[in-house]
Design a protein around this ligand. Sequence first.
Ligand code: SAM
Length: 301
Amino acid sequence: MEGFCEDSPPYLVPTEHPWEVLARFSLRGRRVLTIAGSGDIPVYLASHGPASLEAVDVSRGACFLTELKRAAYRHYARREFVRFFLGGTASWPLLFEDAGADPSPDPPERSLLYGSVRQHLSSAAQAFFDQRLMDCSEEKHPFAEFLRPTDMWHVSLLPPVRSDEAYGLWSSGARLNFPIHCASLEDFVPATDSCFDLVYTSNVFEYLRTRIVLQASVSAFRGFMRSFWVALHRILAPGGRLAVYVFQGHETEPFARMLKELAPPRPLRYKRHLMPVTLRPKALPGAVWRHVVVFFEKTFH
Ligand SMILES: C[S@@+](CC[C@H](N)C(=O)[O-])C[C@H]1O[C@@H](n2cnc3c(N)ncnc32)[C@H](O)[C@@H]1O
């Protein structure tokens, strides 16, 4: 499992699917911090009417892609969105069937679409995408280096690609101009002056654990988590939650281990909630994936 850094390529589509779990909380008027990732999760969270939202990601590419996704959700119709990001990936017929879009690549259309949102991007994001999108050729998919082998399954689980209704929700979220910080979560949390009701961390702890255990030891990771909790406790409002996406079923041994290692120090008195996620990717008939979103809730004591 590789680590992430400033130059890591972004994920083109999310590989985690917290949509239904996150929809169970009222985020209206709440303050949210989230990992930016592919950009779809921040835009989704923004659609729930938070008072504020901030996105953070260690990868510059992920931050730029989040800007581009937000602009695309705001300005493109669903078919344009699907063709812009995924056109030319013709081996994904189910995707295009759902989106009612033509799967064939259309580079001139892609350049035109990019031109229509470019002005809404920061100059750094423009510089990042100009070379990929201003002069697209048919030979090279502009986002090829962001694609991962499992993306064709994940994309079939992304609600805005599948229905106009969901796309409308994401488009409404994209109207919020939230800040996107290029920093690691572990550097951002101790340094910020903001206060949050929800901190959504994707599965970054899984990667941090691997890195710290390989470089040092399991006890070094436990030490890291203790310091992280002290920093997080300072910025979480009473009743606020840290959310962690775990790519394991809740009855598995790795899940139990992860839960133990992530747990806040007892004196902080957090409550824990486990929300299972069951996924049946349409593009992978018969497969069932079991994940969990773990919430640690700060009590009012
Ligand atoms: C953690 S990755 C996970 C992607 C996917 N869910 C998976 O299973 O591999 C999602 C995003 O987190 C970002 N990321 C990874 N470690 C981070 C860290 N320590 N701080 C901030 N962002 C981080 C990556 O750049 C990426 O955009």
